[in-house]
Design a protein around this ligand. Sequence first.
Ligand SMILES: O=c1[nH]c(=O)c2[nH]c(=O)[nH]c2[nH]1
Length: 299
Amino acid sequence: MSAQNIVLGANQYGKAEVRLVRITRDAPRHQIEDLSVTSQLRGDFADAHLTGDNAHVVATDTQKNTVYAFAKDGVGTPEEFLLRLGSHFVDSFDWVDGGRWAAEKYQWDRIEVGGQGHDHSFVKAGTETRTAVVTIDKGKPTVISGLQDLSVLKSTGSEFTGYPKDQYTTLKETTDRILATSVTSRWRYNTLDVDYDKSFDDVRRTMLEAFATTHSLALQQSLFEMGKQVLAAHEEIDEIKFSMPNLHHFLVDLSPFELENPNEVFYAADRPYGLIEATVQREGAADAGRAWEGIAGFC
Ligand SMILES: O=c1[nH]c(=O)c2[nH]c(=O)[nH]c2[nH]1
């Protein structure tokens, strides 16, 4: 068999999973659009594969930038957004004769505060899990309830300033940022005389309300406020633990495309993330014994 018989078959390329969050903030009641977008081009890309000539290769980085730049005008339905993107690439480059554009859109609901949907605090639909652990130690049962992956986001009402700056600090202070986290929490009851469904629902509601209504100076402060309000409202709980990633949203620099970006278009990074963990407890409460043994992921 000779190498002459080896030819390039079907090919496509692009940027996968461009994490885009767009906040529409022209009124106090913000709107959020959260998508993962994949752009792949098809056409005459033979030379790139056969000889390394990139003259036809619209860089995947350019495809990513195009996604963010197009989001500046608003996203709308994923279908229309993808059609806009696809037409742009096919119309702009002669050798691009098609492609594949795909999106996942994540649904966010407004956090309910006092029976009303909050203006700029959101909870992601359908990601969370309720958890429970029971231990019996020296005849004494203890119940620890919890939840994980409760994803929440505030599109304003969050700042981060006043931290020490050393030779390695590049982070800029901000008085208006997106604050997003996925709450994992467990709380320990001090009694078995509990309506567990009712208590769970109220703990969850209290956490969400505290997250929504706290003007956050740091995720640490939001965490403590959430725990404090849960313990204040629930005498049957002695201790609550949180593990909360700080899911960073970076403002996309659209200035190379002569577009302004006043806190509208964000790159939602999945890693690395800050990881904020703490226990909030009732002073002088009875010792937990071995109740937390084997429950990983908290401090
Ligand atoms: O809320 C925050 N807490 C931090 O400890 C921290 N560190 C950081 O870089 N950003 C933030 N944000």
